[in-house]
Design a protein around this ligand. Structure first.
Ligand SMILES: [Zn+2]
Length: 499
């Protein structure tokens, strides 16, 4: 954590330094959290909150007032929530910040969101799409009309992807208009409309006017309601390219969601061209990551999902250049290119969900999980991260866990057979002296004992099912009894001592 010198530094400088720190470290949010004994400043980096500095309670008021002042909020008002914005140049970089103040029982909590869309302008090819997915997106952008949807949760980077696509087709021969709430990034050469529900300018009403403005491409910030969804589809089938985002998890649920929004099947099946689903995972720090062998469970997943035999994967370590082994984030994608077969299925009311699923995930579509696992194989992220952000099919997981357990059982059985082989002299073709044989027997016995003790420990830890059928190779039971008896007599002598 950083300690600011509140006694000798003007509050103006401290606030600037906090913002500069956040910008330089690519934080997405700064939290000013009032607590009982202090104010905690935290920053969200790579999707996770991290303590930044502790501010003594007596400076809290000065600090929040300064932040509210530069955000153009009413500084005398502390009892109701307020919104504001800060625009400024930090380190030669233009920064846009959205600020929110919320009264809590410990005081006003302020959150500053730093908007950084510099990545959108670096091009789609810098966003981590696999070569196959990138090709699909280029094909999608070549079609002059229809809808392309980007889906994902809040903070999944879908705005960055949408703006990148928009920048890619932003040429002088196209009239591009956007409707956004709010306008997240100003793009040269594009007309951007800011939705304002208070004066009745909704997505739907703005869209109706935009259609009369002779657009080629329309960006709708987000499809939230049925009316917007229907206008978007109509715009697409009347010769416009429509880009938009929707809050769903994957391609399949997006189609279902749109049908739930009362978009007519035949319109949707004609208008929809593609769906890009996206999630973000933390990227391994290239300076300190290290290889480790894959577990049997991971091996199975790689085998089943990618058809690859993966022997090693990277794990995080942590160094002074990163945050516990991670630095930055990488997007995981699923890109669906609508085929004629899919259009038919969407159009048909009789289509079962399972049938639609099969058609969506045919061999041409890489699922989010497959894309994520490939990024683990390539060393960008970890298996654990993938588990954290991507839903793994429950049935698949259950079947893999069962297989792994059965393999373990088989392995143990084979080990036991090996030991028995060593004992079985009548069956042995080896010509060895009795002395050597007894030595081998002795060694095998030792090994077996060691293994038994190791396994017993596991059994004690409740992992009994894996080691079913394993019997002790020696009369260890008696030994255990004896040692137990010894312990008990010890206890008793202790008790007597106490008395
Ligand atoms: Zn590192």
């Amino acid at each position: 954590m950083i300690e600011y010198d509140f006694v000798n530094t003007p509050i103006v400088d401290i606030v600037n330094r906090i913002i500069i720190f956040a910008s330089q470290h690519k934080a997405s949010d700064i939290h000013f959290d009032p607590r009982e004994d202090c104010m905690m400043i935290r920053m969200r980096m790579d999707g996770r909150l991290k303590d930044h500095s502790k501010v003594p309670k007596m400076y809290e008021k000065n600090l929040t007032t300064r932040v509210k002042l530069i955000s153009k909020m009413n500084i005398t008002e502390t009892r109701i929530p307020q919104d504001g914005a800060i625009k400024g140049v930090v380190d030669g970089k233009e920064l846009d910040m959205r600020v929110s103040a919320l009264p809590t029982n410990e005081g006003e909590k302020i959150v500053v969101r730093l908007l950084d869309y510099s990545q959108s302008l670096e091009g789609i090819e810098t966003l981590g799409f696999s070569p196959k997915n990138l090709k699909k997106i280029e094909r999608l952008l070549d079609i002059p009309n229809g809808i392309i949807l980007v889906t994902g949760a809040t903070g999944s980077g879908k705005s960055t992807t949408t703006y990148s696509m928009l920048s890619a087709i932003n040429t002088e021969d196209r009239n591009i208009i956007t409707v956004e709430d709010p306008v997240e990034m100003n793009i040269e050469g594009i007309n951007q409309v800011y939705v304002n529900a208070e004066i009745g300018l909704t997505f739907a009403s703005a869209l109706r006017s935009i259609l009369r403005q002779d657009p080629d491409v329309i960006l709708i910030g987000e499809i939230r309601d049925s009316e917007t969804a229907q206008i978007a589809v109509r715009a697409a089938i009347t010769g416009h390219l429509v880009l938009s985002t929707i809050h769903t998890n994957n391609a399949l649920s997006t189609i279902e969601r749109l049908l739930d929004m009362d978009v007519e099947r035949y319109l949707l099946s004609t208008a929809l061209n593609g769906i890009i689903s996206q999630k973000l995972a933390r990227t391994l720090c290239p300076d300190c990551k290290r290889l480790r062998p894959t577990t049997s469970y991971e091996k199975q997943i790689f085998e089943k999902m990618l058809g690859q035999d993966v022997k090693e994967v990277y794990e995080p370590v942590g160094c002074d250049k990163c945050n516990r082994g991670f630095r930055g984030r990488i997007a995981l994608h699923e890109v669906l290119f609508l085929t004629d077969r899919l259009r038919e299925l969407i159009n048909d009311e009789e289509t079962e969900k399972e049938e639609l699923r099969k058609a969506v995930y045919d061999e041409d579509t890489t699922t989010l999980l497959q894309d994520a696992l490939q990024k683990v194989v390539e060393g960008y992220t970890t298996f654990k991260e993938v588990y954290r952000v991507v839903d793994i099919d429950f049935d698949l997981e259950k079947s893999i866990r069962k297989e792994v357990r059965e393999q373990e059982k088989l392995k143990n059985k084979n080990e036991k057979l090996e030991i028995i082989d060593l004992y079985d002299t009548t069956n042995s073709n080896m010509k060895i002296s009795n002395k050597e044989l007894s030595k081998i027997k002795e060694k095998a016995k030792e090994e077996a004992e060691k293994k038994y003790i190791k396994k017993k420990k596991f059994v004690d830890n409740d992992i009994i099912d894996i080691f079913e059928g394993t019997t002790p190779p020696t009369n260890n039971k008696d030994e255990a009894k004896q040692s137990k008896e010894k312990k008990e007599t010890k206890k008793e002598t202790k008790k007597e001592d106490k008395k």
